[in-house]
Structures are given as structure tokens and as C-alpha cells.
Design a protein around this ligand. Sequence first.
Ligand code: MSP
Length: 598
Amino acid sequence: MRTLLLSCVRSYKAFHRLQHSPCCFPLPAVTRKRFTVLRCMSTHVCKEDTSYYITTPIFYVNASPHLGHLYSAAIADCLHRYKLLKGFNSKFATGTDEHGLKIQQAAEAAGKDPLQFCTDVSLRFKHLFSSCNISYTDYIRTTELRHREAVEHFWSVLWNKGLIYKGSYEGWYSTQDESFLTPSQVGDAFDSSGKEIKVSLESGHKVDWMMEENYMFRLSAFQSQLLDWLRGNPRAIQPERFYHAVLQWLQSDLPDLSVSRQRNRLQWGIPVPGDLEQTIYVWLDALVNYLTVAGYPETHDKWWSVAHHVVGKDILKFHAIYWPSFLLGAGLPLPKTIYVHSHWTVRGKKMSKSLGNVVDPIECSQMFTTDGMRYFLLRQGVPDADCDYTDDKVRKLLNAELADSLGGLLNRCTAPALNPGQAYPSFCSQSFPRDQGGRAVAEDYHMLDAVKNLPSVVEEHYESMHVYKALEAIIACVRQTNGFVQRHKPWNLDRGKSKDQQWLETVIHVTLECLRIYGTLLQPVVPEISNKLLSRIGVQPGERSWGNTDFLPKFQGKDCPFEGRALGSDFGVLFSRLESPNADKQKPKPTKKAARSK
Ligand code: MSP
């Protein structure tokens, strides 16, 4: 409550500064309405809003999807599924970015009509997402009519507020990044034929000098409001490293931004309303997709006030500077969080068509399974730093954690040899009493503590997009549970003796309870594996939400709804070990002599 009050006070102060700032434009009605809501919040205990809206960047259709694209989508999908488990009404948008010079040139090079070209590649993204269980609720293409209408409306709002003016731009432009650059962001390089060229220092992409009449947005007017927003919302950009990077950028002057291109240069885009000689800048067009999906301009309020974006580090400037400025200008709330992730490299190099090292996510998920790939990307991907991809790393990680640790544990307590009744057996509180004195040892009690706390640990990590930390915590508990089984060797217990039988059942009951928690918490990352695991141990679909993560109720003297239940009938392995393609080659070959003597 204190945090809520503080944030309301901060918002009020920011609002006040905004309203009285000399460089400020008149506040639109929407902002005034928002202020009223904030004021109510500071005096009433408010009901928690359970709506949530998460987005991926929309993907350029100039080339086929690669591993990095699947990574952005998998992070957002994980957050969406996690919110659903928490009982939120979650909206999840993804889609394709289809306008701009880069796409125009790619369609020309392919000799295709641009819309047909976009449709073909957009379908490839859709196919990737459906085959990798990316459970979006809306797929947007910027060539759709609903989007064009939203962009035109947004443009008109900015225009009517005097935030866009006719001017001219002279400077560097990178078509690959669709980005304008200042001279200090440009360096010298050589192209493949040895010709001297200028490149963007950040992306390495070629830049060209351009001189054009176009429309400019008064970005410079928003510098102090952006700083206020960030200082008042230190968790608006996560991880922290990127938050500081944006604050740093905001220490230098913000030049006004060109927001259109001459139509004779760029035809593939939305024309500027009222000026058919100009096409709207692709980034302004693209960013508005988040509003289009929210229902802008008519019905966006509900979703727009709970928007969160997942973006790669290369597009942070567009999301953390341009986008909030456009939104402030249009009088709309700013996104709640911008989650930033780093990139995947291959043998230390950026993935690129020219290097021929682009990793195809469809091929990978065929080789390692969809859940295998999702697990690898989210377990190994660290948002703060770039990660390197190799097939071998995938195999080793999945074999160790999914096949051996998790799969082995499930197998141990469901195998007919150890669990002939194929049921969730009883827990005996004399064998495992709350206070020591039964057959459990100190390490077992430590394990129970760790698993009991696991949902809140995982929740904290999911909330801050540190999915790898959530998975690290889960797998550490899986190891502890394997240790528990190993320590007590239930297979050596004598079923003929009732005490041994009770203890055996207790060991299995505790292990199944651990697995139930792991399976539930893993659903956002590996939905198919979790489903298989939970079904095998008899947990029904309605018993798999965050509210069902009360661990080992019998230990706390409560009833356990699972006790005595029949296990599911699917005996299949949870995750099959992956063989290295060179496994056969690596085996010593028989010598000719040995072969002859056979
Ligand atoms: N179209 C823009 C986004 C507009 S959003 C209003 C764009 N598209 S993109 O296709 O180039 O990139 C989409 C996402 O993929 C970005 O978040 C980008 O960071 C991410 N990735 C591209 N290459 C990547 C890796 N090698 N590794 C991880 N993610 C990477 O930018």
C-alpha cells in the first residue's frame, strides 16, 4: 500500500510538472481522466486489476524467422502463460512489421508484389509460432486496415497538437535498421568489394546520406518528461542495466525526429494524412501496432493501461525514447514495463545471412522438440548479456536437466516396480513428523522448506523476466528431490514390514508432491512436458494453477486431494535423451582385421 501511495504521489508530482512545464503542450482529456483515477487510488484501497497485456516486437518480413525471433516470442509467451496461471485476463500480441524501405527493397529483389511478399513471410512467422506453442491472442500485420486507421488517427492527434511540423532532414540513415543516426553514431568501414563505406557504429549496418523534405516530430520537447517518467519509475525498463543506459542517452540533447519519407523514395507504407507526397516513417507506423491491438482509437483504455513490452536490446531506443514521447504527445499512458533481452550469437558472431550462420528455429525444434528448444532458450538466455548458441550445448543441457533429472525423478516414483498400485500413495506423518523423530533426516526437512518456498521464488523471477533464474531454482529443487530418493533408496525397503511399507509410500508421496509443484511452475516454459508430467501423476487440468501450489498439505496436517488417486496411464518417457549426430562416428571403428575375423 505504501508503495502504491508513493507511486501515486510521484505520478501526481510528475503530472503537476507536466502541466506547468513551459515547453509543454496542452494536456489532452485522456490524461486528465487518468489523473482522476490516480487520485482515487491514493485515497481508496483499490481492487487489484487483473488485466495484463504483453507484446513482442513485430517482426520484419524481409527474411525468414531465426532463433532470435523465437527467443523474443518465447519470453513473452512465458510471461503470458504465467499471468494466466495467476488468474489474470491476459492479452498477448505478436505479428509482423511489413512497411518501410527495407521491405520494399526485399520484395523488389524477390521480384514479388510487396503485399504478396509480406503475406508469404508473415505466414512463416505464424507457422513458427504455432509449431512452438506461442499462444498469442492477437496476430497483427501492419498492412491490415485496422492498423492503418489507428496510425492515421494517431498521426492526426500529434498533428493537431502541433507536435509535427513540416521541415527537412539532412543526415545519415540506415535502411537495415530503418534508423536515423547522428554523425557521432557513424564510423568508417569497407564493404565486401573493398569500397569505403559509412556504417552505424551500433549495428554495423551501412548508412546513406539523405536529404529530404519531410515531417518532423518535436522529440526535443520531451526530454525532461522522459527523465521524470524514468526517475519516478525505476522498474519501467528492466533489467536495470538497460534502464541506466536509457538515462545515460537522455543526458545528451534529443534532436527532433523525422517521421516521414518522401513518397518518391518510399511507396511501401501508410501515406501521411492530407499529404500524399509523404509516407509515414516505418517506426512510427510499427510502434502504433501495440495500440491497434489494444483497440485504439475507440476501446483501448482497458488494455493500454496494463501494457508491457518485450524487446531486444537493439530496439531499445525506439521503445524507450521515441515511443514514450509519441505517447506523451498523444496524451496516452506509458507502458508499465519494457523488458529488454540480449542477443543470441553463434560461435561468438552475430547471426547474419552473409556469414551463413543463421540458426533456423524450426529445424532446431524438430531436432530437439519444441519444449526442448523453449527450455534451452529460456534456461540459457540471460537478459543482461549475449549468449552463444551451439547444438551441443542444447543436447547437454536437455539431457542433464529434462531427461535425467526431471524425467528420471518421474520415472523413479511412477515405475511399476516401485509403485505397483499406480497410485498417489499415502503420507505417514509418524514416518515424516513435523518435528524430527521419524525416518526423515535434516536434509529432507531442508528440501521441504526449499520446495515450499519455490512458488514465491519462481514468481519473483518470472515477474522480473529472469526466467533463467526461475528455472535454475526449479532444477536445484529437482536435484534435491533426487537426492532425497537416493538417500532413502525406497527400492531396498521391505514391503512385508508395515513400517517400511509406510515409509516407502511416504517417500513416493513426497516425491510426487514435489513433481506436482515442479510441473505446475514449469507450465509457462514447457507446456507439453508439464502437461505430460501432471497427467501422469493424476493432476487434473483444473488443478494446475498458481493457486494449487500449496505443497505437501499432509505435512501441515491438512487433507491432500491427490492421496489415493490413480496415476495417469501414459507410461511414456517424459523427455527422450538426445543422441549426438556424431555418436556413431565417435565409436571406435572395428579394424579391418577384426571385421574380417567376425
Ligand atoms: N520490426 C522491428 C520491431 C518493431 S516493434 C514495434 C524489428 N524487427 S526484427 O525482426 O528485426 O527484430 C525483432 C526482434 O528480434 C527484436 O526484439 C530483436 O532484438 C530480436 N532479435 C533479432 N536478432 C536477435 C538475436 N540474434 N538474438 C535475440 N534476439 C534477436 O526490430
